[in-house]
Write a protein that binds this ligand. Structure first.
Ligand SMILES: [Fe+2]
Ligand SMILES: [Fe+2]
Length: 250
């Protein structure tokens, strides 16, 4: 069984991850969001079990789906416990979740079971599970101050490692000669989705900056010009110099 390691980027960002997971409120909301992704992934993998004609894959997919449902329950339970503990703390403030920096089992939320070939589906699952397992390693490592949440990640990580390994072994079984391309396709797809997420996040930031600039820089200029124009107008009602014409409205 392959050992899972955090990526070099996540290792480099370890202090940032530690800071992200330090806030109890952020921890709870992240766990709830992770639970949603796990449940969603579990449903899609159950669908894959229905669709496959391979009895071994069906058994493995069903176990996989049960695991994801169990992860959902584990994350939810821990999230609820943290919220219970937080009720005792009246000094809490709303925190940013920073989802782009520390996502959950991302990938399963992009799963399209009905339209994928078996080898492509296995490759996609393998790459997604590998990424999730690597992320859960870093989350577990930075959660030294919260041993209960750390134990949840430790527990989930064992299953993610199994998912990562079985999907690869089955991919090699299903496509013994041609499993390189499905893996590359899944990696490229993941890269593309990552780029799209980044582009959307960047567009949102740029949109906010543009609106703020319009509000604080361009709008005051127009306000000053309007005030100047108003000063030039004579006060009160005044008659127009030009005689009214019956050919137009004014
Ligand atoms: Fe999972
Ligand atoms: Fe998984």
């Amino acid at each position: 069984m392959s050992l899972v390691q955090a990526t070099w980027m996540d290792r480099l960002l370890r202090p940032v991850h530690r800071w992200v997971w330090l806030s109890a409120e952020r921890r709870a909301s992240k766990l709830f969001r992770f639970a949603e992704t796990e449940a969603d992934g579990g449903r899609d993998i159950s669908r894959a079990a229905e669709l496959t004609g391979d009895p071994l894959l069906r058994r493995l997919y069903l176990r996989h789906a049960q695991d994801e449902q169990r992860h959902c329950e584990l994350f939810k339970q821990r999230g609820r416990s943290i919220l219970e503990e937080m009720r005792l703390d009246p000094k809490r403030k709303k925190k940013f979740e920073l989802n782009w920096l520390s996502p959950g089992e991302r990938g399963l939320d992009d799963l399209r079971v009905d339209s994928e070939r078996e080898d492509y589906l296995l490759a996609f699952l393998h790459i997604s599970e590998k990424a999730a397992a690597a992320r859960f390693v870093i989350y577990r490592d930075v959660l030294q101050r919260d041993p209960q949440t750390r134990a949840v990640f430790d527990n989930v990580l064992k299953d993610e490692t199994f998912h990562m390994n079985y999907t690869y072994q089955q991919l090699v079984r299903v496509a013994p000669r041609g499993h390189g391309w499905p893996l590359w396709r899944a990696r490229l797809n993941r890269l593309w989705k990552g780029y799209l997420r980044l582009a959307v996040a960047l567009a949102a930031v740029l949109g906010s900056v543009m609106l703020l600039a319009q509000y604080f820089i361009i709008l005051p200029i127009f306000a000053v010009l309007a005030k100047r124009a108003a000063r030039r107008d004579p006060p009160g009602w005044f008659e127009r110099n030009r005689p009214a014409t019956l050919r137009g409205q004014y």
